[in-house]
Write a protein that binds this ligand. Sequence first.
Ligand SMILES: Cc1cc2nc3c(=O)[nH]c(=O)nc-3n(C[C@H](O)[C@H](O)[C@H](O)COP(=O)(O)OP(=O)(O)OC[C@H]3O[C@@H](n4cnc5c(N)ncnc54)[C@H](O)[C@@H]3O)c2cc1C
Length: 231
Amino acid sequence: MKTAVLKAGGEIRLHEPVERIEIENGRATGVRTPSGLIRADAVVLAAGAWSSQIKGVPYEAVPPVYPVKGEVLVLAPPPGAGMPKLLIWGCGIYLVPRHEGLLVGATVEHAGYDLSSTKAAKDWLLRQARALMPALETWRVSDHRVGLRPASPDGMPILGASAVDGLFIRERPVSQRHLVCSSCGRRSVPSRSGTGFGRAFFRSQAVFGGRCGCKAGLGYCAWNALRLRSV
Ligand SMILES: Cc1cc2nc3c(=O)[nH]c(=O)nc-3n(C[C@H](O)[C@H](O)[C@H](O)COP(=O)(O)OP(=O)(O)OC[C@H]3O[C@@H](n4cnc5c(N)ncnc54)[C@H](O)[C@@H]3O)c2cc1C
């Protein structure tokens, strides 16, 4: 999205929270931030797990997303130990080599907007990681992070038009078992060795639009929020 905005001549304003989306005569006309009203022909709501919390959106257009808490650990190797070269998947977790260390992810908890880290999650992640790769017994926990994933009722992306003219939704839920292309919604379960679609996913370390080869975009109606009215 950042790339698309910059390419279209847009400006990114960091640390400027949207206080509300302005709707006039049934149409989205802009967003209000602490520095004032920013008028727009179209508004894209892409606030992840917080998208349903943004004020001003009429009930029928609020995306039905909710937070799923995830805790991850970063492990630092002892001197002389080598980092795995590939993603390792098993025992309900994954190990991802990153420049800052070996990422162990992730818990899946329904805990609202709670962002606190827990000893129980840390212990579980360490236990599973060591079951999967016993050499990790001597690795040190260098970081313990908590985040909120957006989830949707059917686990699939919400992309495109909403019940309000000019208001578009861009939500890309991530589940540990199903990697979902944010454009076409195609799912893939990566193999342990990380082949094909799964490997592309973990190389990019981002949910990607179009990398699975699809030609879908934000306007692709199969994934818009209107399908969830009956869910
Ligand atoms: C433990 C864990 C592991 C994950 N692993 C992966 C992975 O391996 N691969 C992957 O692709 N994804 C992964 N994700 C998910 C990924 O980090 C994103 O959360 C997810 O892809 C959704 O992206 P998003 O841009 O929709 O939402 P987010 O990344 O959550 O971004 C939403 C942004 O909106 C901002 N925002 C909220 N409210 C407002 C407001 N009022 N005004 C302005 N800005 C606002 C938030 O601060 C946030 O920066 C993981 C998430 C977690 C928690």
